[in-house]
Design a protein around this ligand. Sequence first.
Ligand SMILES: NC(=O)c1ccc[n+]([C@@H]2O[C@H](COP(=O)([O-])OP(=O)(O)OC[C@H]3O[C@@H](n4cnc5c(N)ncnc54)[C@H](OP(=O)(O)O)[C@@H]3O)[C@@H](O)[C@H]2O)c1
Length: 319
Amino acid sequence: MPERTQPRVTVLGLGRMGGRIASAFLTAGYRTTVWNRTAAKADALVAQGALRASTAAEAVAAGPLVIAPLLDHTAVRQALGPAAAALRGRTVVNLANSTPEHARELAGWAAGHGADYLDGAMMALPETVATPEGFFLYGGSQRAFTTYRRELEVMAPAHYFGTDPGSAEIHDLALLGTGYAALTGFLHAAALLGPVGTAPEAFAPLAARWLRGMAEFLPELAREAGEASYTDGVSTVDLNRAGVDSLLQLSRASGIATDVHEPLKALLDRRSADGHGQDSFSSVFELLRARGRLRPGPPRWRGGWRRRGPGWLPWRTGC
Ligand SMILES: NC(=O)c1ccc[n+]([C@@H]2O[C@H](COP(=O)([O-])OP(=O)(O)OC[C@H]3O[C@@H](n4cnc5c(N)ncnc54)[C@H](OP(=O)(O)O)[C@@H]3O)[C@@H](O)[C@H]2O)c1
């Protein structure tokens, strides 16, 4: 492609993720400008055809779209700070793991320098960048997401959650929380099976099969929780209370820690004591969700990162 018509992209940060991302853009035919604090990390990419910028400001000035897969919020601030004057008219896609608050703060800061801002969370490993296995989450400027959708899809399938710049980080944490619960359950199971001679490696394929089946149960769980309709389930609170109780008893008898499942037992006990023993298991959601009904999505975010729409509760406020 002639250089003049070649689409341009800048990648700030060439660590494990950034290196793969820059490489994916080169493969996809983009004129890719790269910058890294430790300059030598750009060498292999320059050999592939990337353009080396000697400062972050030079990299930002090189093209309209700036992708920043840096380490964390501090790194993004330190890299972009000296480049602030070059940001006007640019779109920044911040891919560093962060918090919703930090994402909103950066969005406000970028807006103050005339830049559009998208905050992203990478649900991928370095080796799954630019493959169908990885996927990235985004929140922030709808214009940026729409304008650069093609570029975002070079890195991974892209999911947009709305104009709140913190929304990708919230969804990232929600996915992490889902995974942590399942993985900790597996580690507890491995501890439980040790005394009967089943090695974790032998149990893993069985657990994976079970989890795949559980995943198919998610739409039903989601429907019940979404509609607050818990009466037609087959797996009741009391049924599962008995199951968790048996698990706790076996754990105690085997000298295994009960820390993983005690909180779940406490939730099920509360539901049962409140007269909901025959409701579906999913009715535990009533003890977890924020008070007041959540709207299905955040309101249109109008700049100013502290601003919240009336009645929208982005965080749990406790039961
Ligand atoms: N690796 C994964 O499997 C994975 C998966 C999903 C998401 N993530 C997230 O993706 C982000 C990047 O992860 P990574 O694995 O690519 O990290 P990494 O390999 O450690 O790379 C970190 C990058 O940030 C730069 N950096 C760190 N502090 C800096 C500072 N103060 N100023 C300027 N640049 C700075 C590093 O520059 P230098 O080379 O000069 O140190 C490097 O380019 C993180 O937020 C991580 O949580 C990682």
